[in-house]
Write a protein that binds this ligand. Structure first.
Ligand SMILES: Cc1cc2nc3c(=O)[nH]c(=O)nc-3n(C[C@H](O)[C@H](O)[C@H](O)COP(=O)(O)O)c2cc1C
Length: 200
């Protein structure tokens, strides 16, 4: 599917075929492209918790104020990030480049994030947001639909997935076979209201 077609046809879907199962190969294909999403310093700080078991999806739906797309979708992806990935053997993010350049980048990265919890969190949200869009467009071009979600109890979901203390949840994306189209778009703001040339 052409990229513009995927962008134009992606919508947040609420009704999925509960009996439809994605194959393991398809799930892997989706995740393999998600990890090509750009991250600052190639930090690859996202961590994807994929949920396919019906019991868990049902529990997640309860923790999402009963939103049924969570239990009906084939796959729920909880997009998390490791806030401390900048300090966990970061040399491996540039394994393919010369040692001198690698050392330069590691030092720069450490000074960007060390003792800066707000920046660590900002980076987590940036990385996961971009990865979420990659997932949604890739899913669309594979014949699936998605819904991005932040409408859930973050603390309870953190406990459910045993989120490590130094990680954070950014959002969820559910993926499945749509059985009902989305309602017409809510209404997009005109470019004249949201685009500014050179300065505000
Ligand atoms: C970060 C984020 C969180 C969202 N959370 C929810 C959610 O919890 N439940 C839901 O039904 N839709 C959720 N949405 C979907 C938005 O309502 C939807 O993207 C918006 O209305 C535009 O519609 P569209 O995605 O179909 O173009 C979320 C979207 C984003 C980007």
């Amino acid at each position: 599917m052409d990229t513009f077609e995927a962008i134009n046809s992606r919508r947040s879907i609420k009704n999925f075929d509960k009996n439809y199962k994605m194959s393991q190969d398809e799930i892997s294909k989706l995740l393999e492209v998600a990890i090509l999403s750009p991250t600052s310093y190639n930090i690859q700080n996202w961590r994807f918790v994929i949920i396919t078991e019906q019991d868990l999806k049902d529990r997640l739906s309860e923790l999402s104020w009963g939103q049924k797309q969570v239990s009906d979708a084939s796959l729920v992806i909880v997009l998390c990030a490791d806030l401390k990935s900048w300090n966990k053997n970061p040399e491996r993010y540039w394994i393919n480049i010369p040692e001198e350049s690698r050392k330069f980048l590691v030092d720069a990265m450490k000074s960007s994030y060390n003792e800066k919890p707000q920046v660590q969190r900002d980076e987590a949200m940036r990385s996961c947001g971009i990865a979420a869009q990659t997932l949604m467009l890739a899913a669309k071009s594979m014949g699936y639909d998605t819904c991005p979600m932040e409408g859930f109890d973050f603390d309870a979901v953190s406990r459910l997935i045993s989120l490590p203390d130094d990680h954070v949840i950014s959002m969820m994306v559910v993926v499945g076979k749509a059985i009902k189209n989305a309602s017409p778009r809510g209404g997009q703001l005109p470019l004249s209201e949201i685009v500014f040339e050179n300065s505000f």
